[in-house]
Design a protein around this ligand. Sequence first.
Ligand code: SF4
Length: 400
Amino acid sequence: MFYLHQRLDPEFEELLQRALAGDRLTRADGERLISATATELSALMLAASAVRDQGKGRIVTYSKNVFIPLTNLCRQKCGYCTFAKGPSDPAALTMSPDDVLAIAEAGRRRGCKEALFSLGEKPEEVYDFVRDDLRHFGHETTISYLREMCALVQNETGLLPHANPGIMTADEVAALRECNVTMGLMLETTSERLHEKGSAHFNCPGKIPELRLDTMRFCGEQGIAFTTGILIGIGETWAERVDSLFAIHELHQETGNVQEVIVQNFRVKEDIIMRHEDEPSVYEMLRTIATARLILGPSMNIQAPPNLTPDAYGIYLMAGINDWGGVSPTTVDHISPEAPWPKIEELRAVTEEAGFELRERLAIYPEFAKKDRFVRDTARPAIERWTDETGLVPTEEYET
Ligand code: SF4
């Protein structure tokens, strides 16, 4: 039984009790949870933490990775993006195989185990010079080049590739399957309103929610553990946030391959279209994370990026997260380059202060690495070499 030493709206308390008991929640329940008042927030967070503890105990994980921005050109124009460069920007670049290998090798030497390939979506569809670059590297498409680079990194360095190339067809997923231990695509939001002129996803054909859910479904059908999440503060309503969480939950019930859900906060940057918009507050993040935990349940891995709330990220542990995501000792967060990763030592201190143990994990979570359906022969030796009986990286590796 869950007792609270505060006076709550009886209906809200009964809803928390139902969530704690594992009852199926409705969208209306989710909207009530996420609209918790400031005085209801502590009860919401306590309930979310209790549900997290049921499934994850007191272990909080992170993945030591290198970030490989294979191309920073993109066919889309998201209003919050600082990663994608225009064609005349001197920083616009599709990396060569040598550059890719150099980053991966530097990461391997620092103990990284994940090669996170994050890149713009299908830039060759809009830029002739990208097609020329790809031909120079022997490819017609970014996905085909990505496949070769993932295999190169895996074969030459042993790092486990985790590609995020945007929406994909089933054939494109199949092409990447053998050389990726996991793949990722943020759902971001189910809101179609954000495709209207002046909104965050105007001119972004790959951000149509159904297409993103299709990509996740293809990965599920092909036995690929998948990372997704929501991006909050880009113009969506609270109800749309809840709808996005339910869309992920329902997809996972169908496919069983969603290994983690990220709750990411929009950050203002000087060079983005949305530079005059407000960022979501920590209070908004807490309500959203706690609601995500109660909708997604005890077994889901829920992550919030520590570098996007540098002053206060420890409090997200009190709202039900159990993972900090990728943290790199060698490369910046190219999506938010102004936001440095915390050092592992700092992350450990913050995590332990809150009463948790910090453990390194691989790009594929232990519960997925145990299932043959999600593990390719190409990845199995590295998974076995780098993990102990818990499926996590042994703690003596911790300091590397
Ligand atoms: S957020 Fe991703 S899809 Fe959108 S413009 Fe940037 S790189 Fe492209």
